[in-house]
Design a protein around this ligand. Structure first.
Ligand code: FPP
Length: 258
């Protein structure tokens, strides 16, 4: 389905002009504040958040983003009031009911990453149908992290490897970054280039912690329901101006050092 995990270049290559992010992560934050500022219930903030997701997915391919991983519901979001959790659980249905046919037609491959535990059978049916209907697509990849927590995902991957060792399918010495990454929920997606978080908050909140190793972090002062193509374009421009060295040095600095 997706391109294999590839290692980043040891020296940032800027010879081809400004690099576009291939794989972007997005923390869709600020729905509650957006609603509160308008005197609306939080549920309307989440509803407006789904519209922002539609705008952003539509804008991403034109900005050369090919993989987008969005944070829809975290393992910690279960701690919200029951009524809000129920509203958040209804969002995938709200999104796919109106947009799945178009996503399928436009070549988008949808994958829902995160645990299915605790989700209703109806919700599991909806997300599995979305994955099945779009599995053949390869123009754009949309990973929706739902009931996802990076620490839980890392623990699950470690457990999976330990089980392989216990069953004789692997040796402890087999474990390296690639082997481990292949057991994470994002396996099959390319390395994460950037994480965008709107709403003014500056933290990762248990999102793609392993994958973020060399991602550029971009924080934007806009609440998620107001997010759109122009904000994504601004994020891509910030990304393009960053100097990504992956712990190495730029080629011209090597030459200058003699
Ligand atoms: C965080 O804002 C946002 C969420 C917990 C939900 C994000 C989900 C969407 C925008 C739509 C998802 C769509 C699908 C298909 C899953 P917040 O409520 O924490 O906002 P606040 O920090 O302002 O209170």
């Amino acid at each position: 389905m997706a391109a294999p995990q590839t290692s980043p270049s040891p020296v940032a290559d800027r010879s081809q002009g400004a690099p576009a992010p291939l794989h972007a992560g997005l923390v869709m934050d600020g729905n509650g504040r957006w609603a509160r500022r308008r005197g609306l219930p939080r549920t309307l903030g989440h509803k407006a958040g789904v519209d922002a997701l539609k705008r952003t997915v539509a804008a991403a391919p034109d900005l050369n983003i090919r993989w987008l991983t969005v944070f829809g519901f975290s393992t910690e979001n279960w701690n919200r009031p029951t009524t809000e959790v129920a509203e958040l659980m209804a969002l995938p249905q709200r999104y796919f009911e109106t947009d799945l046919a178009r996503l399928e037609r436009e070549g988008v491959c949808v994958r829902i990453i995160g645990s299915r535990q605790g989700l209703s059978p109806e919700l599991v049916r909806i997300i599995e149908a979305a994955e099945a209907r779009t599995a053949h697509n390869d123009r754009f990849f949309l990973n929706v992290a739902f009931n996802y927590g990076a620490q839980a995902d890392i623990a699950r991957a470690a457990r999976a490897f330990a089980e392989d060792v216990a069953a004789g399918r692997a040796k402890p010495s087999d474990l390296d970054e690639a082997q481990f990454g292949a057991r994470l929920a994002t396996a099959g997606s390319p390395p994460l280039d950037l994480i965008i978080r709107p709403s003014g908050e500056q933290r990762l909140s248990n999102f793609l912690l392993w994958e973020a190793a060399y991602a550029e972090l971009i924080f934007q002062d806009v609440l998620w329901p107001d997010y759109g193509a122009e904000h994504l374009r601004a994020a891509v421009e910030i990304f393009a101006a960053r100097d990504r060295r992956y712990g190495a040095v730029r080629a011209d600095d090597v030459l200058a050092a003699g």
